[in-house]
Ligand binder design. Structure first.
Ligand code: THU
Length: 134
């Protein structure tokens, strides 16, 4: 794997160590590579009022947006469990807001890596381009 992408996955792995997941015991880390080359990372943050939980992917994305980033090149998602992670439907749509398509890299706790794309995970998607006047 490309050096930048390996760094991206490592940042996602570091991020799950900071996860606040006392209810699910399912820590998740995510790292986003932006068009500028910047990487932002995040973990899931749960809440006693369960529905207020925010996924790792969205925490990583919103941090980048707050820094002025607008275009996602790749997202890495890492978990310490054996089963390969996959982004939830809501996070797929939030990624779509900042990428028509992008690379998605998945890593499990065995150190195994899988690659997919947003277009594969969210086919025939709706996004902001539908609302823009050309
Ligand atoms: N979660 C994520 O952070 N990202 C995903 O891709 C799947 C789900 C979190 C939400 C919740 O804290 C826990 O995993 C179990 O659903």
């Amino acid at each position: 794997m490309d050096k930048t992408l390996e760094e991206l996955v490592q940042k996602a792995e570091q991020a799950y160590k900071m996860a606040y997941a006392p209810y699910s015991a399912y820590p998740v880390g995510a790292a986003v590579l932006w068009e500028s080359g910047r990487i932002t990372a995040g973990c899931n943050v749960e809440n006693a009022s369960y529905g207020l939980t925010v996924c790792a992917e969205r925490n990583a994305i919103f941090q980048g947006v707050a820094l002025g980033e607008r275009t996602i090149r790749a997202v890495a998602i890492a978990v310490p469990k054996e089963e390969m992670p996959t982004p939830c439907g809501s996070c797929r749509q939030v990624i779509r807001e900042f990428a028509q398509d992008c690379l998605i890299i998945l890593r499990n706790g065995l150190g195994q890596t899988a690659q997919t794309s947003l277009a594969e995970l969210l086919p025939n998607s709706f996004g902001p381009d539908f609302l823009k006047i050309t």
